[in-house]
Write a new protein. Structure first.
Lengths: 767, 162
């Protein structure tokens, strides 16, 4: 009965299919009021005066909060990605003296229902003194540029360097140096469910309950305690169903303070549900990076050196992720290649736009685009097949574990893998050689067919620890209490598979509890493809301890040597005498305090376990794209697409392929459709799904997804490497290379919208 | 604001309510009648998460006022399965083929697909893609959704034949 490795149907699905899963918007509390947030309409302005008197008098309005109503308001701290300097530009939940992006929260209106709350929003009179805005990172760091934060005079929130090897000597030894500028488009996770919170204050008990989708309940629990001054023991966080995460969901946002604060202030349960127009201005955006980069190569294609200047657009404030996308980009820019001499100078730059956080494969998606483009440029300059340049530079199996050299903020040792065999396998499966012939023939007919390669190394399973507790109740049912969260990825199913295998019971008898701080004391949540790696490893350890306890109890009761007992079918069975056994339910009753204390046993079957590691696994793989460019319209048609990834060990292949497919759809969206455009004054031009285009079923091709488990990681007991981000990470890279290959010109920016593609077509005609 | 009486049939049962004329049908279904399976993803009529069937036709309940549905027969996701312990073939195939992840878009897609299969019992892949192109899904990449609808169509056709 091995569940691990099987395509087990998800435990989450039936309630979601029947429409009876409870998302935050489905939670109702008696007497609940509704909040709406007044947001800045200016990208940069001084707040002169807020007059909320008319709004306060509107029938049905419970009250209005501005910064003046929240004495001693603290800024929201970083939980990760801390780089010296970044703390200077942290965000206060409500703007006090200045607003710095369109969408910056200015006031909170609470009313009997949301219609009234929105009526009242329009009656709050805010006087702004507009200031010049800056939206471009290069302009932002010029002397005389508008300054966002007094504490950060040059708009550089942080700056750091990575230096490995002898870069100057390596460039001097190079036969060819290629220099280029690249940039990637601002886009975002955009989960289909907007954000939302319900907070209820029990004044008599002095106890606050918060329902809301988070990806890290326990972190938000701690931050809320820090910001409100209420002890953690007086706050309970409960995670409902979550309508998608992808990195942006569930970080601690201004509203995560404002709504609980309002519930305490107005002594009412309060619900806040973001609408989409708000979401596209207020939720973390990502991906906007600019690169000035050069590589030095030998004539045989060997890459000797890489040097990059990276400008990371932070938006207007430092959010909870700190500089993660900049850190990840600079750490993973070398990808799967042996580049021994490397320097990066990284600037985290403030602009008057929505603040930035992580989005699935943060920094790595951007870095993969830049590096894979450069590899193709090397191939073109040296008149080599792009696949051959990769073959020459891919790190070899015998070089593993491979240490890339020190990075100030990132773990840098690749654990296991055979990048070359993965690459060759992908080329063969995709029919690379045949496609090259097809491309050549199509080109003769004047059709712009192109093939694009994107090789990648992902990083996953971030520590430093995760918590699990496994219990068996008197019905014999197994409960796993896990510190991870669900963002819709199916983690309860994967963890149930792991626990059911360890305890040799039916997966139907395993229940997973997560995201409730009253039931799970510790947790680090679900991010960075860590849930199966960290929570899975913690769970397997807790289940092992429970197994020992079950055997110990059965041994005492049956008077059988523990070595002669095995677990089977939800029972402890005497080896070779299956008629002698005790069910989990019987054992749980033997462990009740009454009988257990009499026999000198610790009561209950409940075992905790922490799994801790500072190391990270590195899944890796290949994206291959075949596209045809319509030279008249600039439209891309994806003819075929392949994603392969080695994930170490597969818990549920169906879920892994689902992650790859969903990731690819988002990757295609980011590469060809999605972009948050701002005008020069910092006004966002994409605040609806009519302007911000996410892929529909018409844009997503029937791609091939191949996950392999050839190289388990030694860093955890399961050997798993995490599988949440391989599908997205090299989509920009592969599609950009395919378009470059189709047109014979160099793509230097994303997205590949029709106007840019037509510009490339004209460039190609000019050549 | 003056309240108006609304009478609707939802999943075969009649309901009455008193609403402001500006109340959206989505909010009436979710907040007044408790059909929270109908989800709200954009309130701009684009994402399709709030899709329900109105007199058998898929509509976006965020683009209708409750008063406009007066006298209509509505179907929401809660009314798709024949019994609480049984799933509709579409729901079965979505489960089997992993056609959902977070589940937020799923109710709207199921209802769109139900209408599709009533109109075109044997749809081609491109017909399915076109029909569901008004329903955004951010998790699955649509591939498994298309397959699940194809497979459910087969089951429904077999049921029709017997």
């Amino acid at each position: 009965m091995a569940y691990i490795g099987s395509r087990v149907k998800r435990k989450e699905d039936v309630r979601l299919l029947r429409g009876i899963g409870k998302y935050v918007g489905d939670i109702h509390r008696p007497g609940m009021a509704h909040a709406a947030i007044l947001r800045s309409t200016h990208a940069h302005a001084r707040l002169v005066r807020i007059d909320a008197e008319a709004a306060r008098k509107l029938p049905g309005v419970i009250g209005v909060l501005t910064a003046a109503d929240i004495p001693g308001m603290k800024t929201i701290p970083m939980r990760t990605g801390v780089i010296p300097g970044l703390a200077r530009s942290q965000q206060a939940p409500l703007a006090t003296t200045k607003v710095r992006y369109v969408g910056d929260p200015v006031a909170v209106v609470v009313a009997e229902n949301r219609y009234l709350a929105e009526d009242a929003l329009e009656m709050v009179d805010v006087e702004y003194e507009p200031l010049s805005a800056v939206v471009d990172t290069y302009r932002s760091i010029q002397p005389g540029a508008p300054q966002l934060h007094e504490s950060t005079p040059d708009n550089v929130a942080a700056n750091f360097q990575v230096e490995v090897g002898d870069v100057a000597a390596a460039f001097a030894a190079s036969d060819l140096v290629i220099e280029e500028r690249f940039r990637t488009n601002r886009h975002a996770a955009v989960p289909l469910e907007n954000r939302g919170l319900v907070a209820e204050w029990d004044e008599g008990r002095g106890f606050l309950t918060v329902w809301g989708p988070t990806k890290m309940t326990h972190t938000n629990w701690r931050i809320l305690s820090e910001l409100t001054g209420l002890p953690q023991s007086c706050i309970q966080f409960i995670e409902p169903e979550v309508g998608g995460g992808f990195g942006a969901r569930g970080e601690f946002y201004p509203e995560d303070f404002l709504i609980p604060f309002a519930a305490m202030h107005f002594r009412k349960p309060i619900c806040w549900l973001e609408d989409r127009a708000e979401n596209l201005k207020a939720m973390n955006q990502s991906r906007e990076q600019k690169y000035r980069i050069k590589v030095g190569v030998k004539n045989d294609g060997t890459i000797l050196a890489m040097e990059a200047e990276i400008l990371f657009d932070m938006g207007a404030y430092t959010r909870t992720h700190g500089g993660v996308p900049a850190i990840a980009a600079s750490a993973m820019l070398r990808g799967p290649y042996r580049i021994k001499n490397y320097r990066a100078d990284v600037f985290c730059v403030l602009t008057n736009k929505t603040p930035v956080g992580t989005y699935r494969s943060p920094g790595r998606y951007e870095a993969n685009f830049v590096r894979e483009r450069l590899v193709d440029m090397i191939a073109r300059r040296l008149k080599k097949d792009p696949a051959d340049v990769r073959r020459r530079n891919l790190i070899r199996r015998e070089e593993m574990p491979y240490d890339l050299g020190k990075h100030p903020f990132h773990y840098m040792v690749y654990d296991t893998g055979d990048f070359i065999s993965q690459f060759e396998g992908a080329l063969e499966r995709f029919g690379y050689e045949k496609l090259k012939t097809a491309r050549a023939e199509a080109q003769k007919e004047g059709r712009a067919l192109g093939i694009g390669i994107g090789c990648f190394v992902e990083t996953s399973g971030i520590g430093p620890w995760e918590y699990a507790r496994v219990e068996i109740d008197t019905a014999g049912k197994v409960v796993l209490y896990s510190g991870c969260n669900s963002v819709g990825q199916g983690i309860a199913t994967a963890l149930s598979q792991i626990v059911a295998d360890e305890l040799q019971c039916s997966i139907d008898d395993v229940r997973v509890v997560h995201g409730d701080t009253a039931k799970v004391p510790y947790g680090n949540g679900s991010n960075a493809s860590r849930s199966t790696v960290m929570a899975g490893s913690a769970a397997v350890g807790a289940a092992q301890k429970v197994k020992e306890k079950l055997i110990h109890l059965a041994s005492a009761n049956l008077e059988i040597d523990p070595a002669d007992l095995i677990l089977s079918g939800g029972r402890v069975v005497v080896r070779g005498a299956p008629e002698r056994s005790l069910s989990f339910a019987e054992l749980a009753r033997l462990a009740l305090p009454g009988p257990a204390l009499k026999s000198g046993i610790k009561p209950g079957i409940s075992e905790e376990n922490f799994f801790a590691t500072d190391k990270r696994p590195f899944p890796y793989g290949v994206h291959l794209a075949a596209v045809e460019v319509d030279k008249e319209t600039g439209k891309l048609r994806i003819l075929d697409y392949l994603v392969t990834e080695d994930v170490g060990r597969k818990i549920n292949p169906m879920i892994i392929e689902g992650q790859m497919a969903g990731g690819l759809a988002q990757g295609i969206g980011g590469a060809i459709l999605e972009e948050f455009v701002y005008n020069e004054d910092g006004q966002p031009l994409a605040t609806s799904f009519m302007d911000y285009l996410v892929p529909t079923a018409m844009e997503m091709p029937r791609a091939q997804f191949v996950s392999t488990e050839e190289f388990p990681t030694p860093h955890n007991p399961l050997g798993v490497k995490g599988a949440g981000e391989g599908g997205i990470t090299a989509a920009g890279a592969a599609l950009a290379n395919a378009v470059s290959n189709a047109l014979g010109v160099e793509v230097t920016k994303l997205p590949l919208k029709p106007d840019y593609v037509l510009e490339l077509v004209r460039q190609a005609r000019g050549n | 604001m003056k309240q108006r009486e609304v009478r609707v049939t939802v999943n075969g049962r009649e309901y009455r309510g008193s609403v402001e004329p500006r109340k959206l049908l989505t909010d009436f279904l979710r907040d007044d009648l408790g059909f929270t399976g109908t989800h709200v993803g954009c309130e701009q009529g684009v994402c399709g998460a709030c899709t329900i069937l109105l007199n058998g036709e898929p509509v976006r309940s965020c683009l209708l006022f409750a008063v406009q549905a007066d006298g209509a027969s509505l179907k929401t996701v809660e009314g798709l399965a024949p019994r609480p312990d049984q799933l509709h073939p579409l729901q079965e195939k979505f489960w089997e083929l992993h056609a959902l992840q977070c589940g937020f878009c799923t109710p709207g897609i199921l209802l769109t697909a139900e209408a599709l299969l009533r109109e075109i019992p044997e749809p081609s892949e491109s017909e399915i893609r076109e029909w569901i192109s008004g329903n955004l899904c951010r998790c699955t990449g649509y591939v498994n959704i298309v397959s699940a609808i194809q497979e459910a169509a087969k089951v429904l056709r077999r049921k029709q034949e017997t």
